[in-house]
Design a protein around this ligand. Structure first.
Ligand code: ZN
Length: 488
């Protein structure tokens, strides 16, 4: 009897398994699209984002793009767009999602990430003509949101049955292309690729490449608009693969950078190391990452994704940065980033005497509202790939582990935040940085250093805290992510 029962069970399982492909046959669909988002440098002054203020664009070296990849399974459609921008605030992402509701309601989850390009228009307001003047051009922002929406709609409309190949690379050279300017010297060298090909023709639909580094190769003296190394990276992958390339930046806090003497790329034509702040270095850099991405896909793994599981959370992070309070209250963000107290908008503003600047508006709300998400691509019961969205520039030690206590830290006894990868389960762990928002640097509290003495007895303050919302951001962000991953 037992034997028969087992046989029947095995037979039933066989039928279930045999039926499976029929269900999966309507399985994964994918589409990709890109649109130009380069501002017109002749229509109005374009303030370039990153470095100092009042850096006005004088021309266009290469176009900026919004690039989108849509993945559909059943009723779920996940879309990932990456724009060649310094950062896009949550307010703008919510507006794009609103437009998508009417134009492409089939897209159930839209992620809009920024590559953190330091050679494009100021979409955050911080790099305008002067300290209290926003660099945001609202006319451009309206057009930009329309264009990103257009790319997202086109990618969703072009979805067709597709095959997914997942790939990862831990090439040692990848870490050598990330200069790290602040201890602990933890990097995030992992490069992940999603390669989508048409089920019918085999032609490439798109390649999504996820890797971590500041696109700032051209430096603060350049005045020509460029997407920096992602331009060459995407160009290389598109030429070799034939689809649309989408580059999504990763954990770039601690200032993982494409510049710096330690990032030594030898120019094969001259034999010399390509200098920082040159077009040649950006080109060699992008092509090199492109080649690694191409090689990685060749060794990739075909996966039959049959469902997408999306978990998201709205979170409130305490704001401790007075510079952001002044910026918000004085119109630098153009009305974006309202503050919240107890989960409600708190528009309260007081007058504050700022040394050297006089009485200024100062917002007093407690928190900034943002979101995190955790997405699983499932193949049956197996977690094939995972995506974590992070609303800013996260320090790699919050992703890979390695938070370190140093003398001089402001919170020497702060508990360590959870390391994100310790919670992830699959080999393909996509970390999307600057996704849906840009909160600035997300720094482990135990390493936070806004007050002297400076970490490790340094003479001047470390860069990082200047552009961080505060010491509690890391705990709220990584805590919420760990909770989503663990399903709590
Ligand atoms: Zn940055």
């Amino acid at each position: 009897m037992r034997q028969i029962a087992y046989t029947c069970l095995a037979f039933n399982l066989f039928i279930l398994l045999a039926v499976e492909p029929a269900v999966a046959a309507e399985g994964l669909r994918a589409g990709a699209a890109k649109v130009v988002i380069t501002p017109d440098v002749h229509a109005a002054a374009v303030y370039l984002a990153g470095y100092g203020q009042n850096r006005v664009a004088t021309g266009v070296h290469d176009d900026l793009y919004a690039r989108c990849l849509a993945l559909g399974v059943g009723r779920e459609t996940l879309e990932v767009c990456a724009a060649d921008l310094i950062g896009l605030f949550y307010d703008d992402v919510l507006k794009i999602r609103e437009a998508m509701k009417t134009q492409a309601p089939e897209v159930t989850h839209l992620i809009v990430a920024s590559t953190h390009d330091h050679e494009g228009p100021d979409t955050m307001g911080l790099w305008g003509p002067g300290p209290l003047q926003s660099g945001i051009d609202e006319k451009y922002m309206v057009w930009l949101r329309e264009r990103i929406t257009q790319a997202a709609v086109e990618a969703a409309r072009s979805m067709q049955p597709a095959r997914l190949t997942l790939a990862r690379d831990d090439h040692p050279l990848l870490a050598m292309l990330q200069s790290d300017s602040r201890p602990p010297y933890v990097k995030d060298p992992y490069l992940f690729v999603m390669h989508l090909a048409s089920e019918s023709s085999g032609q490439t639909i798109g390649d999504l490449i996820n890797w971590s580094d500041h696109p700032e190769t051209l430096g603060g003296k350049n005045t020509e608009i460029t997407a920096d190394y992602p331009h060459w990276l995407c160009q290389y992958v598109e030429a070799s693969s034939g689809g649309t390339a989408i580059f999504v930046n990763g954990s770039i806090g601690g200032l993982l950078s494409s510049n710096g003497g330690s990032v030594a790329l030898q120019d094969p034509e001259t034999g010399a190391v390509a200098a920082d702040n040159t077009w040649r270095k950006a080109e060699l850099f992008g092509n090199f990452i492109g080649k690694i991405a191409e090689r990685t896909v060749k060794g990739g793994e075909a996966v039959n994704v049959d469902s997408i599981d999306f978990r998201g959370a709205t979170i409130y992070v305490p704001l401790h940065n007075d510079r952001f309070r002044l910026a918000g209250a004085n119109g630098i963000f153009g009305g974006r980033k309202p503050l919240y107290t107890g989960g409600r908008i708190d528009p309260a503003i007081i007058q504050k005497d700022v040394p050297g600047m006089g009485e200024l508006n100062f917002s007093t709300g407690r928190d900034v509202r943002t979101e995190v998400s955790y997405i699983r691509l499932l193949a049956g019961a197996r977690v094939a790939a995972e995506i974590v969205t992070v609303p800013g520039e996260i320090y790699p030690e919050l992703v890979n582990g390695g938070i370190t206590r140093y003398p001089g830290a402001d919170y020497p006894d702060a508990p360590f935040e959870p390391a994100i990868r310790e919670h992830l389960k699959s080999p393909y762990q996509f970390i999307f940085g600057l996704a849906n928002d840009e909160l600035g640097y997300i720094i482990p509290k135990a390493e936070y250093d806004d007050q002297p003495p400076w970490l490790l007895g340094r003479k001047e303050r470390w860069y990082g805290e200047v552009n961080s919302a505060g010491p509690d951001v890391a705990g709220v962000v990584t805590g919420a992510i760990a909770k989503l991953i663990d399903g709590r």
